[in-house]
Ligand binder design. Structure first.
Ligand code: ZN
Length: 387
């Protein structure tokens, strides 16, 4: 007889080979660039925020505080595009740098118009990154211009479906992408910053006298997401292929210890957990996340809101991302320390405005646990270093 209450499955059922990144030798973001831009473009940061919504000057903390923790930040560019910086590692999420008035094609007969400008005008204005995290292959998350101009050698972690699209040669100006990880839900990849460790990261001696190195690392694990509600519409969508499968992400910031080539990620030490919802509705599959985390706390949630409705606001047939109510429902389920809403007003198909979410947050008693970022603002936090 089947156990009605089986124990939770692990948060990671499989770990892919690690992705070695070298923040000292990043490749240019642009496909046509021949060398690393020098000086690197700097982010146009309008304001830095910390929890809970207090504003601090954008300065580096004093050295003694730095030794106990590592600095990190999320810079909000627009839509679901953010630049996540952790120590020396930089990740870019869902790059869309289109401007107000530009159109995206989201499936058969579905187009949307951008209403806002991104905080960074184009790829050339972004500093180089170690990896792109792409939740799904949709133009409002990976626009056609980005697809044409992005270097084919920038590592991309995404869904198996998007990997299939990105690594196809045909119809792609610039050809196929060469370094793509296709990650299913509950599968992980560790990004290791290449040894030697950056200055300030101490090594520890092992018994045989070899230096055990401790390097900054990021572990990315695919989380479930459902862009289309289950039922007949979901079946129609599967036939039409209108809305691609999507991932959420668990992004753990931490350290790996090992000797030489053995930095394989088994000894990952988590310092801080970020959950990025991806374009999902509030579906039962999401309940697996806290269940599998088994008490491990989410420090920060980036929630994709907007109540995206297709074909469009004049014919609201099908909602494919969370609205304000579902966003607060997800806060209740995942219980993050801090939530930052993204993906809420950039397109005319986003029908649930941020003000609705603000009202729901207050009504739900979560007022002190949300940090609101405008495009061009960043959220700064510290990643505590374990003993
Ligand atoms: Zn979207």
């Amino acid at each position: 007889m089947e156990n009605p209450n089986p124990p939770p499955k692990p948060i990671r059922e499989k770990t892919h080979p690690p992705l070695m990144v070298n923040p000292q030798k990043r490749i240019p973001l642009l496909r046509t660039a021949t060398h690393h831009p020098y000086p690197e473009p700097t982010l146009p940061i309008k304001q830095s925020k910390t929890h809970p919504t207090t504003t601090t000057p954008n300065t580096v903390p004093p050295k003694n505080e730095k030794e106990e923790s590592q600095e990190a930040s999320v810079f909000f560019i627009g839509t679901a595009t953010t630049l996540l910086t952790y120590g020396h590692i930089r990740l870019l999420t869902d790059p869309n740098l289109l401007h107000a008035g530009d159109h995206v094609h989201l499936g058969p007969g579905v187009t949307a118009t951008r209403l806002t400008n991104p905080a960074v005008p184009d790829l050339a204005s972004l500093p180089p990154v170690d990896c792109v995290l792409l939740s799904h292959y949709h133009e409002d998350h990976f626009d056609r211009e980005v697809e044409a101009r992005l270097s084919r050698d920038v590592p991309i972690i995404t869904t198996p479906h998007a990997k299939g699209c990105l690594t196809r040669e045909e119809g792609k100006e610039g050809g196929a992408f060469r370094r793509v990880w296709g990650v299913r839900e509950f599968e992980g990849v560790v990004l290791l910053s290449s040894p030697p460790p950056p200055p300030g990261v101490e090594g520890a001696d092992t018994q045989d006298g070899k230096k055990k190195e401790r390097v900054e690392a990021v572990r990315v694990t695919g989380m479930p997401g459902k862009h289309v509600p289950p039922g007949p519409l979901g079946m129609v969508n599967e036939l039409l292929g209108a809305v691609p499968p999507t991932n959420g992400w668990l992004v753990e910031l931490g350290w790996c210890c090992g000797v030489g080539d053995d930095l394989a990620g088994e000894e990952f030490e988590t310092g801080y957990r970020i959950y990025i919802s991806g374009d999902t509705l509030f579906v039962d599959e999401l309940r697996e996340i806290p269940r599998r985390l088994q008490g491990d706390k989410i420090d920060l949630m980036l929630v994709h809101l907007g109540g995206t409705t297709i074909p469009g606001p004049r014919m609201p047939l099908l909602m494919v991302t969370m609205d304000a109510k579902q966003g607060v429902q997800l806060m209740r389920l995942v219980d993050p320390d801090v939530t930052v809403p993204i993906h809420f007003d950039d397109y005319d198909v986003f029908c649930s405005p941020l003000d609705d979410f603000k009202k729901e947050v207050v009504a739900g008693g979560f007022g002190d646990r949300v940090v609101y970022l405008d495009r061009g603002e960043e959220y700064r936090f510290a990643v505590p270093r374990g003993s």
